[in-house]
Design a protein around this ligand. Sequence first.
Ligand code: B1M
Length: 234
Amino acid sequence: MSNDEDIDLSALSDDELVEQMHDDLYDGLQEEIRDAVNILLDRGWAPYDILTKALVEGMRIVGVDFRDGILFVPEVLLSANAMKAGMSILRPLLAETGAPKVGKMVIGTVKGDIHDIGKNLVSMMMEGAGFEVIDIGINNPVENYLAALEEHQPDILGMSALLTTTMPYMKVVIDEMKAKGIRDDYIVLVGGAPLNEEFGEAVGADGYCRDAAVAVEMAKDLIARRHNQLAGRA
Ligand code: B1M
């Protein structure tokens, strides 16, 4: 997909520019991605549309060629860094609601797993929806989750896993919360490409989130239900 010619991004139409961004993400070109995000913002694009139509879609294409053995880890890392460069411009814009905080979430990727783009995206969208987010990063053993819950006392624990080999670790965390008698103190949401609703139920989570938008809706919904339950008991 590489194209060695210098392209004047600002001369492209919106559709051409989005397509070019898919190519530039594929080629791991951070600077070009930053420029293109800024051009789309100048043209009045909503940050969420840039995120989903240009960046997430571009990463989906990378994922297909990674799966098919056309791209390898070093190339995909470059793509991931280009994606992060674009996300870092959008992050403050998505978080800029000025709304009062509606809840608090601790989120992290599970042990053995270093994928963090999806988790970061969920964090950004949650912040944008008025949540305070404490991101504990990648490769988290159960102790990290428990320590963060203890320290921050969030409403929600979010866990992310992108590998079929790491997703069962979510059950380890939830089982340990049960053993400590703290499971019901928190709403537990899980997400990541290989998961599904049945898996979420099987590990004992309160909800499986297909994407960041679903995570926001589910978080708001479950927090509202919880408040209603507590009010009912009072
Ligand atoms: Co990885 N990788 N990777 N990789 N990688 C996948 C996941 C894979 C599907 C690629 C493939 O084969 N098609 C495959 C997994 C296969 C499987 O398990 N079935 C795979 C593999 C095999 C591997 C390695 C083992 C490769 C190797 O070393 N041979 C290795 C493992 C490393 C490890 O973790 N121990 C590896 C490494 C890497 C890189 C480091 C190169 C890089 C990660 C860089 C980074 O994250 N900083 C990478 C990448 C980028 C991918 C793909 C291409 C893209 C993932 C991504 O960022 N997607 C991925 C292919 C794919 O998924 N199509 C792949 C974009 C992101 C926005 O989507 O993460 O799904 P996603 O997040 C979504 C939802 O899932 C949901 O909302 C997000 C936003 O809408 N969500 C949540 C996610 N977490 C949530 C948490 C929540 C709620 C919702 O909590 C409340």
